[in-house]
Design a protein. Structure first.
Length: 128
């Protein structure tokens, strides 16, 4: 299966600089247009004017958490497709993510598994 896709705008909110850089490289290699943020607050300061097609969002960030960012986004009336990523993989978290209708990917993950989740997100919005 080819991982080359149309260049959709993918935002990545991840506080780990190395992981964020690796995710951005992988998404770029897939043909998407990623932009990275080190915090939820950084995303809110920059991204609301951006046309984001999918958000890769760490659940546990310094400051505002991934779930708090989701609530902030929803309060604006937007419902962006989101893939929650976390190193703290457990059933309770999975159920909470499913309960808000978002996708979930535990760390560590492969580039291919993330690309497949991004594609699933884009399918949810009929962008693919």
């Amino acid at each position: 299966m080819s991982l080359a896709y149309t260049p959709w705008n993918i935002a990545v909110v991840e506080d780990d600089n190395g992981l964020r850089a690796a995710i951005l490289r992988m998404l770029t290699a897939c043909g998407w247009k990623p932009i990275g943020y080190a915090s939820a607050e950084g995303y809110l300061e920059s991204a609301p004017g951006e046309d984001i097609d999918c958000l890769v969002l760490d659940l546990y960030l310094p400051g505002m958490s991934g779930f708090e960012l989701l609530e902030q986004i929803r309060s604006t009336g937007k419902d962006i497709p989101i893939i929650f990523i976390t190193a703290q993989d457990d059933e309770k978290i999975r159920l909470r993510v499913q309960g808000v209708g978002k996708l979930y990917l535990p760390k560590p993950f492969t580039g291919q598994s993330l690309a497949m989740k991004v594609r699933d997100c884009l399918k949810q919005t009929d962008l693919l």
